[in-house]
Design a protein around this ligand. Structure first.
Ligand code: UT7
Length: 352
């Protein structure tokens, strides 16, 4: 039995925050952000994380030609849940009307979507589920601190989703490799968020040892691609499309060069969205299909590295369909503020 992707979808909020917008309120510049990270702009959400997740999920359901009632499991990979209790997945379950589905969140930082695929595969393989919605969704803008310029310029909001179904065909997930090292927890963490901080004076901010994360990301992502391909029985030259986590174009380039994959076989959209953590890979996947970058039978590798530290790769052979069965017209409501107004309002609310 293999787990194959039969539906895909994304939801990115409408409001765009450009590097120049950020430079007007943070001591930074378009030149620094572009040259150090490859990011030109990112999205800022005016709705809850679960609203973006639900819409990405609905679009993935339509692409698979399924009703929400067909789902028996919803997994939301996120580190920016709407609330600590209940899970974001339960809000999604209600918002899409998935009457027959179990629902849970998982947090593996930027590697979360790949952990979700692994979990979904396991549920299908053991017969505990037949149709699984796996979502990566983040509203990181809510706890960014503009005073932490080394992280405030990197992250953005958005959601992506896939439907996983069991198949007897040879397509689908061929190999999964996941890892973690909690000794590196302090290298990327959110201060001021979580029970540890209740009642404390600590300000909210994502803090990161950028160089440490960068070094580890390059090594772990390279290893993960190589091992996942090997486990799938593929030579590295056989990879048709590599979809890496979008954290930094320099990390993506370093991994690509070390693995020996040509530039045209790597999907990159970091310039449009920045780092949307668990959402980068499913957003990129939805865009890759829409842009005709995926053909039937393509050998693909997804690879990620993130907070935890966590890392992983999934080798997947695409099925025979590259067109959605259906599409839907639903959209997010129109935002009432610009992206810059939203981040400034957030800054005022959180940090004064
Ligand atoms: O999603 C998974 C987790 N995240 C990642 O994978 C990200 C990993 N790390 C990185 O992408 C990079 O380390 C960064 C983009 C965060 C930083 O790039 P860097 O080349 O490692 O820069 P740096 O941290 O070494 O900082 C270089 C300089 C410093 O100034 P000094 O000390 O050399 O005078 C920083 O203060 O750049 C300064 N700097 C900035 N300047 C303008 C840091 N942030 C900014 C900024 N604008 N936003």
């Amino acid at each position: 039995m293999n787990a194959t992707i039969t539906g895909w979808g994304k939801c990115v909020p409408q409001s765009i925050l450009s590097n120049d917008d950020l430079s007007s309120v943070v001591d930074t510049s378009d030149e620094w952000i572009t040259s150090r990270s490859g990011i030109k702009e990112r999205r800022v959400s005016h709705v809850n994380n679960s609203d973006m997740a639900a819409l990405a999920g609905k679009r993935a359901l339509a692409a698979a030609g399924l009703d929400a009632s067909d789902l028996d499991y919803i997994i939301v990979a996120t580190c920016t849940a709407d609330r600590q209790i209940p899970s974001t997945a339960c809000y999604v379950q209600a918002k899409i009307g998935a009457l027959n589905a179990a629902a849970t969140d998982l947090n593996a930082g930027c590697t979360g979507f790949l952990y979700g695929l692994s979990m979904g595969h396991g549920l299908l393989a053991t017969g505990q589920a037949h149709k699984v919605l796996v979502i990566g969704s983040e509203r990181i803008s809510s706890f960014l601190n503009l005073e932490e310029r080394s992280t405030a310029v990197l992250f953005g909001d958005g959601a992506g989703a896939v439907i996983l179904e069991a198949t007897e065909e040879s397509e689908g997930m061929q190999a999964t490799l996941l890892g973690s090292d909690g000794n590196g927890a302090e290298a990327l963490t959110a201060h001021g968020v979580g029970t540890e901080f209740i009642g404390s004076e600590m300000d909210t901010a994502i803090v990161m040892d950028g160089a440490e994360i960068f070094r580890n990301a390059v090594v772990r992502m390279e290893e993960s691609v190589v091992h996942a391909a090997e486990m799938a029985g593929w030579d590295l030259e056989e990879i048709d499309l590599l979809i890496p986590h979008q954290a930094n174009i320099r990390i993506i380039d370093a991994v690509r060069r070390r693995v020996g994959v040509s530039e045209d076989k790597v999907f990159v959209n970091i310039h449009r969205y920045g780092n949307t953590s668990a959402a980068t890979i499913p957003i990129a996947l939805a865009e890759a299909v829409a842009e005709g970058r995926i053909q039937p039978g393509y050998k693909m590798v997804f690879v990620a590295f993130g907070a935890g530290m966590t890392w992983g790769a999934v080798a997947l052979e695409w099925g025979s369909r590259v067109d959605p069965i259906e599409t839907i017209d639903d959209d997010l409501p129109e935002p009432e503020m610009t992206a810059l107004e939203m981040v400034l309002a957030n800054q005022k609310a959180l940090h004064t």
